[in-house]
Write a protein of this length. Structure first.
Lengths: 77, 580
């Protein structure tokens, strides 16, 4: 059975200008309880790879440069 | 190598005490075990990262069940919890908790976790329960995880993050021998041999589907997919009173607490669409939830948490807690909807169902030493059967588990492990990665949880349950034969959905077994609408015997604190009377 990709607007947004993942920082990826953040091999910055968010905030609270913003997932906004 | 790429590998380690789950109970269990025998190896295994895992990922706004000298006695607390649970309580464990929790508060205080004090320096305990006074606010509750983590590092606990335990290993004499786990980013297997194992894996919080339709918008931390319940079941441990579901009153759509425990002591209350109170007490019980449910459906819904009558300064103080601790995105949510507590009440609804002893009584059966029915296997926190134990119960019972487990480990050698069992589990775990074509885990999970909502949510109807179990069996077949995982992260979800499916089956089986109604909304069976003390004043224990799910009765142990006849039904009188 073929698989299709499902479009979703993800709740966690990273400001590439502030993100220092390309300098080796992995804090947001490390702390996420659902393990949904990754570092892009294209940009070297963190991004939300899986839309499986508990909007709990460690990624935003622990980011050393204030690059991460947690929004309320659209379906429950 | 890219993250999430599947790697074929299996390694083996051993330790004296293995603690699975690094949320609340787990860190305390690991600490106490290590303090009891500093020479022993204690491993803390965690599916996420101990720094920010579990129900208190962002802290906690208060203790909901603090038995503090001068405010409450262990006898009074034991009595209240017994009545709130319709009498189905082994008091010994509750009483032991009540006697010990104050020393745990002092210990947490010494870790740097602060509790609200009045001008005299005494703990400022608030009344939320029906009878006694046990709620202690935590003004800097956002620091809990950091404080715990410091203690773990200081004690040199070996922490393994991003390993999901999948099955327990037992030796031929039935004793615990260890666990199998899988790395959530590489799919490599790790076998951990241990003399004693403590399960602290949280609630089964991803069982029902939230009404928002967002699968991860659950009340519980969505990482708590009931893995501990499933593992205990497959290891042959008994699970108690699973039909006593967790169902909570929450902020509609946001699905987090509103939270009456925080705002109630300041004068906030639950109201209907006429701005009137309809329940006597905001403490979460099945009886209270039934009144909440009735009000929602009566035409007097929606139900609200009312704050607008309070002084501006009071509301500011409440916001300081609600928008900073536990679920800090509450503020963002209300802001997005343009809700200002000064003008508008908070719309509430009823959560999806789950298993959780933290708030109800559905958990892996444990005695007052946190021992399960499998020798050497312990459980604590939301997944263990001590009722209404909340965060302080997780710490206190986790402490009992750590101490007793280390004693067990000191007196036993490693149990022998069957290599064939490991090979079989490896095959089961990796099966979704070996298929070229099939159904992804998110679809299996959505369908399972949608069926849980459609068929298992109270009111419980026998005919619906029978249909639900048939539908779930069909999805289980798809899950076992056709589910695919294309990377290690999808494999994590594929393993979680297998726990969810096991919990759904257990929820159905346990609910059909108890042929009466009890605990208000939690176990309301329309075919057996009355409480039947003659036949059902007992625990139910569910376990796996010869590969099949079975249930049996277990007598309630003699009370430590007697309950007078006129006190027994105090929690049944939740609705505010129309006249004096």
């Amino acid at each position: 059975m073929p698989l299709a990709t499902y479009q979703t607007s993800v709740p966690v947004v990273v400001d590439d200008a502030k993100c220092i993942a390309d300098k080796g920082c992995t804090v947001c990826v490390d702390v996420c309880p659902l393990d949904v953040l990754r570092i892009s091999d294209l940009t070297g910055k963190a991004y939300m790879a899986y839309d499986e968010c508990w909007y709990c905030m460690p990624c935003e609270a622990d980011c050393p440069t204030g690059a991460v913003t947690v929004n309320i997932p659209y379906l429950l906004r | 190598m890219a993250m999430d790429e599947i790697v074929d590998g299996l390694s083996e380690v051993s330790c004296d005490v293995l603690v699975i789950g690094g949320g609340t109970a787990g860190p305390m269990a690991a600490l106490k075990a290590k303090m009891k025998n500093p020479k022993a190896n204690v491993v803390l295994l965690e599916k996420a990262n101990v720094k920010r895992s579990g129900a208190i990922s962002m802290g906690m706004d208060g203790l909901n069940n603090a038995v503090i000298p001068g405010y409450a006695t262990p006898e009074q607390y034991t009595k209240e919890i017994t009545i709130a649970n319709d009498g189905i309580v082994d008091q010994k464990a509750v009483y032991k908790y009540a006697q010990s929790c104050y020393s745990i508060i002092e210990e947490l205080d010494s870790f740097g976790i602060r509790f609200l004090k009045n001008e005299n320096g005494d703990y400022a305990v608030k009344k939320v329960h029906h009878i006694g006074t046990y709620v202690l606010p935590m003004p800097n509750g956002e620091t809990v995880k950091k404080a715990l983590y410091r203690q773990l590092r200081r004690a040199r606990i070996l922490i393994s993050n991003r390993y999901m335990a999948t099955r327990l290993l037992t030796s031929s004499d039935g004793r615990i021998a260890g666990a199998i786990s899988v790395n959530t980013r590489t799919a490599e297997l790790l076998v951990i041999k241990a003399k004693a194992v403590i399960l602290c894996m949280g609630a089964a919080g991803r069982l029902g589907l939230p009404t928002s339709g967002y699968m991860f918008g659950t009340y519980e931390n969505a990482a708590n997919s009931g893995d501990g319940y499933a593992m205990a079941y497959h290891a042959g441990a008994a699970l108690a009173n699973l039909e006593c579901f967790q169902i909570n009153p929450l902020i509609k759509d946001y699905n987090g607490p509103a939270c009456a425990y925080v705002a109630g002591p300041f004068g906030a209350y639950t109201a209907n669409n006429e701005d009137r109170r309809f329940i006597e007490c905001d403490y979460w019980s099945g009886q209270m939830m039934l009144e909440f449910y009735n009000e929602l459906l009566s035409g007097k819904g929606p139900v609200f948490l009312q704050l607008k009558h309070l002084h501006d300064k009071t509301i500011e103080e409440i916001e300081q807690t609600l928008h900073k601790v536990e679920r800090p995105t509450r503020g963002l949510f209300q802001q997005g909807r343009g809700v200002d507590y000064r003008r508008e009440s908070i719309e509430m609804h009823i959560s999806e169902i789950g298993f959780c002893s933290g708030h109800s009584a559905s958990g892996v059966f444990v005695d007052d030493n946190a021992r399960t029915t499998v020798p050497g296997l312990y459980a604590a926190g939301d997944m263990a059967s001590v009722p209404h134990n909340y965060m302080l119960g997780a710490f206190t019972n986790g402490s009992f588990a750590g101490l007793d487990a280390m004693e067990f480990a000191d007196n036993h050698d490693f149990g022998e492990i069957d290599a064939a069992e490991i090979a079989l589990e490896r095959e089961r775990v990796l099966a979704p990665t070996k298929r070229e074509d099939g159904i992804p885990p998110n679809q299996i999970e959505y369908k399972t949880r949608r069926l849980v909502n459609d068929y298992l949510q109270p009111p419980k109807v026998t005919r619906k349950y029978e249909l639900g179990m048939r539908r779930l069996a069909e999805v289980r077949e798809d899950m076992q034969e056709r589910m695919i995982a294309r990377n290690a992260h999808e494999l994590l979800r594929a393993l979680e959905v297998q726990s969810i499916m096991d919990c759904a089956d257990m929820a159905a089986h346990a609910s059909l077994y108890r042929e009466e109604s009890r605990w208000g909304l939690y176990h309301w069976r329309t075919d057996f609408p009355e409480k039947d003390d003659e036949n059902w004043f007992c625990h139910t224990l569910l376990s796996k015997r010869d590969g099949r799910m079975t249930s049996e009765k277990r007598a309630v142990q003699p009370y430590v604190v007697p309950i007078a006849d006129d006190e027994k039904d105090l929690y049944d009188k939740q609705r505010i009377r129309a006249s004096a």
